[in-house]
Design a protein around this ligand. Structure first.
Ligand SMILES: [Zn+2]
Length: 426
C-alpha cells in the first residue's frame, strides 16, 4: 500500500516535471526575431518598472500637494507596482538599480575622473599624487574593474538564486517581504539601525579573523587581491576574491535583511546607505559629504591598507571604528571614532555660535529700526503740539525705553505711555 502510493507520488511528480520542462522549452526563443522580441519585452519591463516610483518623486515638486497626498500617491503607485509585477522582479531590479546608481556607476566615474584629470584629482585626494589609480598599469586596472563589476553582479545573482530556490523550489515564503502594506517610517529607521549594527559586527569579525588572522586560502586571497593595491579608490571596495567578497561584503549586508525579514523598501533604503558608504569610504578623497565621520572612516580604511603594506601590527578592520576602539585593534597614531565624534560636536558648536551671532545682529538691527520709526512718529507729533518742553522729555524717555529694554514697554511703561497719549490729545 505504502509502496504503491509512493510510486504514484513519484509518477505524478515526474509527469508534472516533464510537462513543466516541455512548456518552458516551447517558450524559449527559436530564431533571431524571437530573441529580439524577448529582449525588447524585457527592456520595456525594466524601463517601465521605476515609473510609479518616479511619480512619487515628482509629486512634491510639481503637484504642490501636501505630504499626505504625496504618501497616498506613493501608496497607490506602490500597490500598482506590487500587483502588476512579480515580487522577485521588484526585489532584484531594485537591487540592480541601486547597486548601479549608488555604487558602480559613480565608482567608475570617479576612476575615469582620476585617470582623465589627474592634475585636478590629486588636489582632492587625501594623499595627493601617490593615491591616483593611474599609478597602476592599464592591464591591472582593466582586470581590477572587471573583477569589481563581476563581484557586484555575482552578489545580485546569488541573491536572486536564493530567492528562486526558496520560493519556487522549496515553496517557502520569500527571504525579503514584498507586500502592498508599507512599513512605518520609524520601523524603517529602527530596522536600518539594527542592520547597520549587525553589518558592522559581522564585517569586522570576518575581516579580522577570516581574512587577516587564521591561515587559510581566504587570508592569502585577501592579501593577493585587495591588498595588492596600496592606496584605495572606490572600485577597490568590491575588488577581492569572489568568495572573500561574498563573505566580507555581501553576507553582512544581506544577512540582516534575511534575519529580520525586511520589507523590500527597507532593504532598498539600507542598500542605498551601504552602497554610498562603500563608494565614499574607499574613494581616497579628502572632501566628502559628511566632513568628519565619513572622512574619518575613509582615513581609517587607508590606515588599514598601510598597516598591511608595512607588515606591522594590522588594525582598523571595521569602517566605523567603534569595534576597533572597543577591542583595541585601532591603528596607532590615527584618529579613532571618539576623536571623530568630538570633532563633529566641535564643528556643530561652532555652527551654533555662528548662528547665535547672526541672530543677535539681526535682532539688534530690528530694535534699531523700531526705535527710529518711533522717533519719527514722535517728532511729527511734537511739531503738532507746538513744541512744549514736556514733549521733549517724553521723546527722550521713549528713546531710552527702546534702547534699554523693549519688554518694559508692554509692562512698566504702559501707564506712562497712556499718560503721554492724553498729553498729546490735549
Ligand atoms: Zn584587509
Amino acid at each position: 500500500m505504502m509502496a504503491s502510493s509512493l510510486q504514484q507520488f513519484v509518477h505524478d511528480k515526474l509527469i508534472y516535471a516533464t510537462a513543466y520542462l516541455q512548456g518552458r522549452f516551447y517558450a524559449l526563443p527559436r530564431g533571431p526575431s524571437d530573441v529580439y522580441g524577448l529582449f525588447v519585452s524585457k527592456l520595456t519591463s525594466l524601463i517601465a518598472l521605476p515609473l510609479p516610483l518616479l511619480s512619487f518623486l515628482v509629486v512634491p515638486f510639481y503637484g504642490g500637494s501636501s505630504t499626505t497626498v504625496s504618501l497616498l500617491v506613493f501608496y497607490l503607485t506602490w500597490s500598482a507596482l506590487v500587483i502588476s509585477h512579480d515580487p522577485l522582479t521588484i526585489e532584484i531590479y531594485g537591487t540592480i538599480a541601486i547597486r548601479g546608481l549608488c555604487y558602480l556607476l559613480p565608482a567608475l566615474a570617479f576612476l575615469a575622473f582620476d585617470l582623465g584629470l589627474p592634475d585636478i584629482s590629486k588636489n582632492v585626494k587625501a594623499r595627493g599624487k601617490r593615491q591616483l589609480p593611474g599609478n597602476l598599469s592599464r592591464q591591472r586596472l582593466i582586470r581590477l574593474a572587471t573583477v569589481a563589476v563581476g563581484n557586484v553582479i555575482l552578489a545580485i545573482l546569488v541573491q536572486a538564486a536564493l530567492e528562486v530556490v526558496v520560493t519556487r523550489i522549496l515553496h517557502l515564503r520569500s527571504l525579503i517581504k514584498v507586500t502592498t502594506i508599507l512599513p512605518l517610517p520609524l520601523t524603517i529607521v529602527v530596522d536600518i539601525l539594527k542592520g547597520l549594527a549587525c553589518r558592522s559586527a559581522l564585517s569586522y569579525f570576518v575581516h579580522r579573523y577570516l581574512l587577516h588572522t587564521f591561515d587559510s586560502p581566504l587570508k592569502s586571497w585577501h592579501k593577493q587581491w585587495q591588498h595588492s593595491v596600496t592606496a584605495p579608490f572606490s572600485l577597490l571596495s568590491s575588488y577581492d576574491h569572489p568568495i572573500n567578497y561574498l563573505l566580507h561584503s555581501w553576507l553582512p549586508t544581506f544577512l540582516p535583511a534575511y534575519l529580520f525579514r525586511w520589507h523590500v523598501l527597507t532593504w532598498h533604503a539600507f542598500l542605498i546607505i551601504t552602497s554610498l558608504e562603500e563608494l565614499f569610504v574607499f574613494s581616497g578623497y579628502a572632501v566628502l559629504p559628511s566632513s568628519i565621520i565619513l572622512t574619518g572612516m575613509a582615513r581609517r580604511s587607508e590606515a588599514h591598507f598601510d598597516s598591511v603594506q608595512n607588515r606591522g601590527q594590522v588594525g582598523n578592520y571595521g569602517h566605523l571604528g567603534l569595534l576597533d576602539f572597543c577591542l583595541g585593534t585601532a591603528c596607532k597614531h590615527e584618529d579613532d571614532i571618539i576623536d571623530d565624534v568630538k570633532s563633529e560636536a566641535d564643528k556643530h558648536r561652532l555652527q551654533d555660535r555662528i548662528d547665535a551671532a547672526v541672530q543677535a545682529a539681526l535682532s539688534k538691527q530690528h530694535e534699531m529700526t523700531n526705535s527710529s520709526n518711533s522717533q519719527g512718529k514722535l517728532s511729527f507729533r511734537k511739531s503738532k503740539a507746538s513744541g512744549s518742553h514736556e514733549d521733549a522729555n517724553v521723546r527722550a524717555d521713549d528713546t531710552d525705553d527702546h534702547d534699554n529694554n523693549i519688554q518694559a514697554e508692554g509692562t512698566d511703561s504702559g501707564p506712562r505711555r497712556s499718560g503721554r497719549r492724553k498729553l498729546f490729545k490735549s
